[in-house]
Design a protein around this ligand. Structure first.
Ligand code: GLU
Length: 252
């Protein structure tokens, strides 16, 4: 790694410090059988570790909440965050992002017998999402006024839904797929009503690290790694062929 670069700092430290989820099945999830973190986001981190160290396991994972993503990147506690994180203008003011590595969109999860088809059917009803997410903002600003219920983790939403304390959960289709897979009495309904392009968040003082991560992503798009990882985590849930990976757009 070039002298003076942030990659060199990480290399000399001997590990990449990554903020991830431990309870989002398919993206960042601690498998109770072997206690290892696994998922699409975790594999993104592993590819970055491999590019720096030649080994995907030089990573110190920090399990963080959605609301901690920006503060922990800003104060340097983590080198990067890979946690189903939407790139948007407001967040660009606070952190840097890699190019897009996944295109998600917000949908709704409800009990199978609920007759709800979309957020439009949930005016005046309690709809849960994690604090510090675009999901809770979208629920709060929906014109038909659902009642937003903000909790720490999406698995907390799941418990509230199972107990009948909320009427629905609304967040990215990716996260909802993972929740639905854990409880067959729930179903994801309606189509995507937002665009949630995922990027890895990196501190604003390390633009060379952003470029480095973008090169890792570009290699993954070109050599088929992205498609392999898509199939590993999302192939079964989405059925059929992997889509084309999102194309990169660079600032410079
Ligand atoms: N992707 C959205 C966000 O970054 C919602 C889901 C999440 O936070 O994990 O806010």
């Amino acid at each position: 790694m070039p002298q003076g670069s942030y990659m060199r700092t990480i290399q000399e430290r001997g590990k990449l410090v990554a903020g991830v989820s431990q309870d989002i099945l398919l993206f960042g999830y601690q498998n109770p059988i072997d206690n290892q973190l696994e998922g699409f986001d975790i594999d993104m981190v592993k590819q970055v570790s491999k590019a720096i160290f030649g080994d995907e396991n030089h990573v110190e994972y920090r399990a963080i909440t959605n609301a901690q993503r920006i503060p922990l990147v800003q104060n340097g506690s983590v080198d990067m965050v890979a946690l189903t994180m939407t790139i948007n203008c407001e967040r660009w003011q606070q952190v840097n992002f890699s190019s897009v590595y996944y295109d998600a969109g917000q949908r709704v999860l409800v009990p199978r017998n609920s007759h709800v088809q979309s957020l439009q059917d949930l005016g005046g009803k309690k709809v849960c999402a994690a604090a510090g997410t675009t999901s809770i903002d979208n629920i709060t600003h929906a014109p038909n006024h659902p009642v937003p219920i903000a909790v720490s983790e999406f698995t907390d939403c799941m418990v509230l839904l199972q107990q009948g304390q909320v009427d629905a959960i609304s967040t990215d289709d990716t996260i909802l797929l993972g929740l639905a897979a854990q409880d067959p009495s729930l179903e994801v309904v309606g189509s995507k009503f937002t665009a949630e392009p995922y990027g890895m968040a990196i501190g604003q003082s390390h633009p060379e690290f952003v470029r480095f991560v973008n090169a890792v992503l570009e290699k993954m798009r070109q050599d088929g790694t992205w498609a392999t990882l898509y199939n590993r985590w999302l192939g079964r849930a989405s059925g059929g062929q992997p889509p084309n990976p999102p194309g990169p757009k660079y600032k410079d």
